[in-house]
Design a protein. Structure first.
Length: 432
C-alpha cells in the first residue's frame, strides 16, 4: 500500500487527521489508516481505545456541516489499528468550525496530501451544493453580526430573536449555518449601492459619487436620505399662491430603491448603480427579469419575486406590499405628467428610469409631442427655467408686438401647450 489521493497513513493520533477527513469529504472520499508507518506497515497504537475516542469526538465536534453520516470506523484489535473510511460528502464545503469557510478551514485532496482550498474553489463547492435559490445557499462568511438588522426590527416593533432565524431564512434548519440571506441582512454584507451625480444629461462630467455599504437595511436608509438631498424643489406662483414641486415624487424614489434592493440577483457580485442626471434618475440593478416574465407583464402589474425570503423580511417590516405593487405605484405617481417613467431590460440588468419633472428638457420633450415653431420653443424654454411668462416678457423675449404675441399664444393654446392663470396685468402663462 502507498499513500495517494484516497489513502493516507498515520502512526498515531494528530490533529491533521481532521484536515484529511475534511479533504476526503470535499473531494472523492478515501481512507485513513491510523497505526501505520509511512511505508504502509502496521506498527500499532499504544492506546487504541483513547485514539478511537479522540478520533470520533474530533470528527463529530470540530467539522461542519455534520460529517458523521459519511464516516465509518473499523478497529483491528490484533494489529491495534483503526481504519477511518470517509465518503464524498453531499453538503460541501466541509470545514473546521474554528476557522470557518476560509482557505485555512477548508481542505481538498491534492495528490497524496491535503491542501487548503482556494476562495474560488470554495465558492464553486457552495454553488454546486446549495439549494434552489441564492438566498438559501450557505454563507461563505459564518462570522456575521446583525446590529443594523436588530435596530431595524426594533424600529418596526418586530421580533428578531435567534429563535426566529430559521423561520426568517437566516439560518438553514438542516445544518444551522447562516444562509446568504443572513449575509445580505448582516453588517458584513459585501454588496453595495453606488450613486453617481452627473452634470447635464450624459456621463461626461461627475459632480458627486457615493457608495453605500453594510446591511441592506443601512443601505436603504442612508441611500434614500442621500437621494432626498438630491431631490430639489422648484417653485411657481399662481397669483399670490406659491406651488412647490419636487424633481421626483418622494414615494417614487422610495419604491424604485426598494425594487432594486429586493429584486436584484445577488449571485452577481456587482453593485446596484444609481445615476442622477439633470433630466432623469436611473436605478440599475443586476439580474434582468425573472425567467418567464416580460416587460409587458411588469407594466400590467404581474410580479414574480426572485428573492422570496428577502421580500418576506421587507414585507414583515412594512417596507413593501405583499403583491409587488411598487412599479405600478411609480407609474401612478406620474399619472398627471406628460413624460412617464420607463423600464429598460437587458439579459442581465433591470433599469427603472424616473423623469425629473422640473427639468427644462423634460418640459421641452413634453411639448414636442406636437410641432412647435422656433418662437414657441423659446417660450417653452423660458417657462421651463422661470416657471411662467407674461405678455410683456414674451414681447421682450421675441422682440415682437402685441398682435404677434396674441397669435403665438393662440397657437400654443390650440396645441394644448399652455394654460392661462389670472387676468389683465396679472395674467401669466404656464406649461400644461
Amino acid at each position: 500500500m502507498i499513500e495517494n489521493e484516497v489513502c493516507e497513513f498515520k502512526s498515531e493520533y494528530t490533529d491533521n487527521i481532521i484536515k484529511t477527513v475534511i479533504a476526503f469529504a470535499n473531494t472523492d472520499g478515501g481512507k485513513i489508516l491510523v497505526g501505520y508507518n509511512d511505508d504502509g506497515i502496521p506498527v500499532g497504537l499504544k492506546d487504541i481505545d483513547d485514539c478511537y475516542t479522540r478520533v470520533t469526538n474530533s470528527i463529530r465536534d470540530t467539522i461542519s456541516p455534520d460529517i458523521t453520516m459519511f464516516t465509518k470506523y473499523s478497529v483491528n484489535e490484533q494489529d491495534k489499528t483503526i481504519e477511518i473510511i470517509v465518503s464524498e460528502g453531499t453538503n460541501k464545503p466541509y470545514f473546521l468550525k474554528s476557522k470557518g469557510m476560509r482557505p485555512e478551514g477548508v481542505y481538498i485532496r491534492q495528490g497524496a496530501s491535503s491542501a487548503p482550498a482556494s476562495i474560488d474553489k470554495i465558492r464553486q463547492m457552495i454553488k454546486l451544493s446549495e439549494k434552489d435559490t441564492f438566498e438559501d445557499g450557505r454563507a461563505l462568511n459564518q462570522n456575521l453580526h446583525f446590529i443594523e438588522a436588530e435596530n431595524e426590527f426594533a424600529i418596526k416593533n418586530v421580533n428578531f430573536s435567534k429563535e426566529k432565524y430559521v423561520s426568517l431564512g437566516i439560518i438553514n434548519s438542516d445544518d444551522e449555518l447562516y444562509t446568504n440571506l443572513a449575509t445580505l441582512l448582516s453588517d458584513e454584507c459585501e454588496h453595495t449601492i453606488k450613486v453617481a451625480v452627473f452634470e447635464g444629461n450624459d456621463k461626461k462630467i461627475f459632480k458627486d459619487r457615493k457608495e453605500f455599504t453594510g446591511s441592506l437595511f443601512k443601505q436603504l436608509r442612508t441611500c434614500y436620505d442621500y437621494l432626498e438631498l438630491c431631490n430639489h424643489t422648484a417653485a411657481i406662483f399662481e397669483g399670490l399662491d406659491r406651488i412647490d414641486r419636487e424633481d421626483y415624487p418622494a414615494s417614487a424614489l422610495r419604491e424604485a430603491l426598494l425594487n432594486a434592493l429586493v429584486h436584484r440577483d445577488y449571485a452577481f457580485s456587482g453593485s446596484i448603480m444609481i445615476n442622477i442626471f439633470d433630466d432623469k434618475i436611473e436605478f440599475v440593478s443586476l439580474g434582468g427579469l425573472v425567467s418567464g416574465l416580460l416587460k409587458e407583464d411588469i407594466l400590467r402589474g404581474v410580479s414574480q419575486t426572485r428573492n422570496k425570503k428577502l421580500a418576506n423580511v421587507f414585507y414583515r417590516l412594512k417596507h413593501i406590499e405583499a403583491y409587488g405593487t411598487g412599479i405600478q405605484r411609480i407609474f401612478d405617481l406620474y399619472a398627471e405628467d406628460a413624460v412617464k417613467p420607463d423600464i429598460i431590460i437587458t439579459n442581465n440588468t433591470f433599469t427603472m428610469v424616473l423623469p425629473n419633472r422640473n427639468s427644462s428638457s423634460i418640459s421641452s420633450k413634453a411639448s414636442h409631442s406636437v410641432s412647435v415653431s422656433d418662437q414657441e420653443q423659446r417660450i417653452i424654454d423660458y417657462i421651463s427655467q422661470n416657471g411662467s411668462i407674461n405678455d410683456e416678457e414674451i414681447q421682450d423675449l421675441l422682440n415682437i408686438k402685441t398682435t404677434r404675441t396674441y397669435a403665438i399664444l393662440k397657437s400654443m393654446k390650440t396645441k394644448n401647450i399652455l394654460i392661462t392663470k389670472g387676468r389683465g396685468s396679472e395674467r401669466k402663462y404656464y406649461l400644461k
